[in-house]
Design a protein around this ligand. Structure first.
Ligand code: PRT
Ligand code: ZN
Length: 288
């Protein structure tokens, strides 16, 4: 019998990575059915089965082959030390793992932690960090509400995830060391069959097209013909810009793609060169 080949992806069941993971699949044109059941879902237009799990379990499930691929924060991946491969950085779930101390305390460097107690859920990552810096501290493993540990006398410092910094602020703490930076990554089992690899490649192709599109904008502008060379040199686009004559003599319409990072800088230059009627449009997918 010819069984339909499906790739199994593990994503967070609920939490900070859930919405972005589902959105990423949707932007890749992958729609899920019975997703509301929240244990397992199937894509009806792509060979993908989705398992909804706690983020902490995802690396081990992928390493053990229960799922073929997974989406997880690098912080969790490094902490669990699971034997998997990282196939793509996903650009969401950005945060950092930091050591923080009470606001009023002086800090002169990582050696201040010698002999001190640090509370964390990231025991392995912190241990590696301190070892590299030759600091011997006492690590207290706690499972939640790490930020209250110094206030209740449980620890001198904490090591926890920070994004906006407001949790530290409300708890009278200040960030003094960055242990690691993190974002969501796509991980894969190390022993996948070639049929699975082919599906991953198709998925990666789509993810990269979405990411490219987000990094770029489509720009349309009117340019005086005597400045066309200078203007097109500013916006070379993917291969070269499209140039179409305007009904008004001596003018052309120029279409191209520009990078989000250099966007304002380029627009300013284009204006100086005499470009007018500049329109900037988001791109949904981009295949170079
Ligand atoms: O239930 P499950 O085990 O699946 O989820 P979880 O509660 O363990 O994880 P969750 O949903 O909180 O986070 C999932 C992943 O999102 C993490 O592993 C990180 O990779 C990433 N991420 C991004 C964050 C944050 N930002 C974040 N701000 N994870 C946690 N936080 C917490 C942090 O622990 C602290 O309590 O938010 C607080 C700090 O936030 P700020 O904005 O006040 O600095
Ligand atoms: Zn978790």
């Amino acid at each position: 019998m010819n069984e339909k080949k499906q790739l199994r992806i593990a994503i967070q069941k609920s939490g900070r990575l859930y919405d972005d993971s589902i959105r990423m699949l949707r932007e890749c044109g992958i729609e899920l059915n019975n997703g509301l059941q929240r244990l397992k879902a199937e894509a009806y237009n792509f060979p993908l089965e989705v398992f909804f799990l706690r983020d902490d379990d995802i690396p081990e499930y992928v390493a053990g082959g229960v799922a073929d691929i997974g989406i997880v924060g690098e912080n969790v991946l490094v902490e669990t030390q699971a034997d998997v491969q990282t196939v793509q950085r996903l650009g969401f779930g950005k945060c950092r793992l930091c050591i923080a101390i009470p606001k009023g305390k002086k800090y002169s460097g990582v050696e201040d932690f010698e002999g001190k107690r640090i509370a964390t859920t990231y025991v392995n990552v912190l241990e590696q960090f301190l070892k590299k810096r030759k600091v011997k501290a006492e690590i207290h493993e706690i499972s939640g509400s790490v930020e209250i540990a110094p206030g209740i006398g449980l620890a001198d410092a904490i090591c926890d995830i920070v994004s906006s910094g407001s949790t530290l602020f409300t708890n009278g703490l200040k960030e003094v060391e960055t242990v690691m930076k993190s974002e969501a990554v796509l991980i894969a089992n190390k022993n996948l069959k070639s049929a699975d690899m082919k599906i991953i490649e198709r998925l990666l192709f789509r993810i990269q097209a979405v990411q490219q599109a987000k990094r770029n904008k489509y720009v349309l502008l009117n340019a005086p013909n005597d400045k066309l060379d200078l203007i097109t040199a500013m916006i070379p686009g993917m291969k070269s810009p499209t140039i179409l004559p305007l009904a008004k003599k001596g003018w052309s319409s120029v279409h191209s793609v520009i990078e989000e990072d250099r966007f304002w800088e380029i627009i300013e230059e284009l204006k100086k060169l005499g470009a007018q009627g500049i329109l900037v449009v988001p791109i949904e997918k981009m295949v170079v």
